[in-house]
Design a binder for this molecule. Structure first.
Ligand SMILES: *Cc1c(COP(=O)(O)O)cnc(C)c1O
Length: 373
């Protein structure tokens, strides 16, 4: 019963080629500019992007770094968190959040998430606090912000630093405040597939604390003093944003707001058309979500993905094994996290791109409806 007028072309999970194609002429110019002047690390392009990104995030300043994992590590290092300290984070996150904690020598303490949003549970954070707890990481997963009001209250009550992992949430808001602007410091990733993606690796730290930003900038540039490049007051490392990537990001940043709006339209269409056995993760009305991923819960994931495969529709699982169950973190294994663990077996990421058409969303929905039969 295949009809020739029905579009059968594949629908990718993320259409990165199409996203970058929309700015290809500007990207060519940026590339030629940097290649022409020959400075490939630091310089005017990086400074320009840092100010534009800080303005976008409605925050005092930003420091470009090599990737999102480094950004989180550098925030923790800048806050002087290290050996002997515990850092609370959700079990439901990308592995990098936990790697950053271990990279500074602190101990990750995994806690459970809220059933409806799958984001860190502020009550679980409070319950996990000990005399060694130094910080909590609010991961704004899937493009939705964690409950910053309650997390700020918990952090305030116990004197903890509140770090934001905003790698999936460029432009999201909680009660009107941008991701990356209400904690002590935040880490962003510009990995190509993120809402704001470079043509390679990249990342940034944002904060309203200029002293913290200065310290992070020094650590990320070999511990150099700001006045004498041959004087190293502290032991640092190398984690810088490439000039070329900064130029690329400056081309793409002005389009981010409309792309995020487009992601919201796609998500709204999913909510309107998905069959009842495919349930999107809830959106808290206080969050203006930027839908990095379109995550749903399904009853039978194996048969659901077979139906998507038959229709050449891309999908992903973010993430099939929670961090606290990964062999790499076995030594930190603590209590079971029932909501995180149950969700890991049922979540599924549907195609989500700012370039997706309403027709494509409907094709995904009907493939899922057919798959249920
Ligand atoms: C992508 C991501 C990171 C790490 O970013 P990289 O740039 O890949 O190092 C950290 N946390 C979350 C939640 C992410 O999705």
């Amino acid at each position: 019963m295949t009809t020739l007028d029905v579009d059968q072309s594949p629908i990718p999970l993320l259409d990165l080629a199409e996203i970058n194609r929309t700015v290809s002429a500007e990207l060519d110019l940026a590339w030629r500019g940097v290649r022409g002047h020959g400075h490939f690390v630091g310089g005017a392009e990086v400074e320009r992007f840092e100010s534009a990104f800080a303005e976008f995030c409605e925050v005092a300043g930003a420091v470009g770094v090599a990737n999102g994992t480094d950004a989180l590590e550098l925030v923790l290092a800048g806050l002087d968190i290290g050996p002997g300290d515990e850092v609370v984070l959700p079990g439901n996150t990308f592995i990098a959040t936990a790697e950053a904690v271990c990279a500074v020598g602190a101990v990750p303490v995994f806690v459970d998430v809220l059933e409806d949003t799958l984001l860190i549970d502020p009550d679980a954070v409070a319950a996990a606090v000990t005399s060694r707890t130094a910080a909590v990481i609010a991961v704004h997963l899937y493009g939705q912000m964690a409950d910053m009001d309650r997390l700020l209250a918990v952090a305030g009550r116990y004197g903890l630093a509140l770090v934001e992992d905003a790698a999936q949430a460029h432009g999201a808001r909680w009660s009107g405040r941008r991701a990356g602007s209400s904690g002590h410091g935040a880490g962003f990733s510009f990995y190509p597939g993120k809402n704001l993606g470079a043509l390679g690796d990249g990342g940034a730290v944002t904060s309203n604390d200029r002293e913290l930003l200065g310290r992070i900038r020094r650590i990320a540039d070999h511990g150099r003093s700001s006045t004498d490049r041959h004087r190293h007051d502290i032991r640092g490392r190398n984690s810088r944003l490439d000039t070329l990537q900064a130029a690329v990001l400056s081309v793409k940043l002005p389009h981010l707001e409309s792309q995020n709006a487009r992601r919201r339209t796609v998500m709204a269409e999913y909510r309107a058309t998905l069959p009842t056995h495919v349930v999107p993760v809830a959106d808290d009305p206080r969050s203006e979500t930027v839908h990095h991923l379109a995550v749903v819960r399904v009853r039978d994931r194996d048969s659901t993905v077979k139906a998507l495969d038959r229709s050449a529709i891309g999908w992903g699982i973010h993430y099939p094994v929670p961090c606290h169950r990964q062999p790499a973190f076995a030594e930190f294994r603590t209590a079971a996290l029932p909501i995180t663990e149950a969700a890991a077996g049922r979540i599924l990421s549907l195609p989500m791109s700012p370039t997706m058409t309403i027709d494509q969303v409907r094709r995904v929905a009907s493939a899922l409806a057919r798959g249920a039969r």
